[in-house]
Design a protein around this ligand. Sequence first.
Ligand SMILES: Cc1cc2nc3c(=O)[nH]c(=O)nc-3n(C[C@H](O)[C@H](O)[C@H](O)COP(=O)(O)O)c2cc1C
Length: 121
Amino acid sequence: MQRQHARNFAFFDAPVGLIFTIDRRLTQSSWVDYGMFLQNLMLAARERGLDTCPQMAWAMLPKLLTELLDIPPHQMVVCGMALGHADREAPENGWLPEREPVESFAQYRGFAPRQEACGVY
Ligand SMILES: Cc1cc2nc3c(=O)[nH]c(=O)nc-3n(C[C@H](O)[C@H](O)[C@H](O)COP(=O)(O)O)c2cc1C
């Protein structure tokens, strides 16, 4: 597990490694926007036949990244992301965890959900 975790810091051998920062003055709503931005980036990559791995692991090394990449003080490291082509043969990429049913994390108030809207995604 530790060996696999350490591979974060080589971007899992991806050809492109991205480091994301956010202006420290921005607040909660901008963090929500930022999450959507990251998701859109990952979807856009898939659309173009590329794979990504969002990496919170990089957020553990803000000092190192700030020095290495000359990140200005008003910017805060959010996360990293590996961008490239996933190795489909690697066992870690073949592991597909089961999805939680929607009912386990959503509450329906005031209307009965349609059965087909509650299926497994
Ligand atoms: C916010 C966020 C941070 C993540 N950080 C890491 C990370 O540091 N290292 C890593 O190997 N995977 C990281 N992942 C990837 C997850 O381990 C997982 O592989 C990925 O979210 C795919 O999950 P899924 O099976 O739900 O699609 C992260 C995912 C998310 C959403």
